[in-house]
Design a protein around this ligand. Structure first.
Ligand SMILES: [Zn+2]
Length: 172
């Protein structure tokens, strides 16, 4: 997740919405990406899409069953569907996105075998004032079940969401 955060910071320095992603396979980073929608004038150039494409190029295949994608913010429905096509093994995301996140949709847009770990839910979402009762009934696996301790997970997720909220605050 640290590497994904670095990607997000790179996006911010380029004036892009600061979201970053990395794909890890066998303890190696095989794909990285950050949001590039402004630079490419491409609304589909999300961090996850770019990391996914670079990972598939790296392994020479279109399936990522044994890989984990770390992304700083909950993926949107488009990216979730793309990760479904790749049959992603595991998804780990930092900040929740209660407005545009894929988890607003049921049944899940992800592949049925994709495991999901949300480092944080309502308390460190990109919409801090979002009402908790707007959250979908089925929450992803809680941060506490992560191997890392949950307070560390929450502070990472805070960092992920702070990047985005600072970015928008600076623009207002
Ligand atoms: Zn997306």
């Amino acid at each position: 997740m640290r590497a994904a955060l670095q990607q997000a910071q790179e996006a911010a320095s380029e004036g892009e919405i600061p979201i970053g992603a990395v794909v890890v396979c066998n303890d190696r980073i095989i794909g990285v990406g950050h949001n590039m929608t402004e630079r490419l004038d491409d609304p589909t150039a999300h961090a996850e899409m770019i990391a996914l494409t670079s990972a598939c190029n790296a392994i020479g295949g279109k399936y990522l069953n044994d890989c984990t994608l770390y992304v700083t913010v909950e993926p949107c429905p488009m990216c979730a569907a793309a990760l479904n096509w790749a049959q992603l093994g595991r998804l780990v995301y930092g900040a929740a996105d209660p407005k545009r996140g894929y988890s607003l949709y049921e049944p899940s847009l992800l592949h049925p075998r994709t495991q999901v770990t949300a480092l944080c839910t309502a308390s460190c979402s990109t919409q801090p004032d979002a009402r908790p009762d707007l959250w979908p009934a089925s929450q992803p696996e809680a941060a506490s079940s992560l191997a890392t301790d949950s307070s560390r997970a929450a502070s990472l997720a805070d960092e992920c969401s702070r990047l985005v909220s600072d970015f928008f605050a600076a623009r207002r």
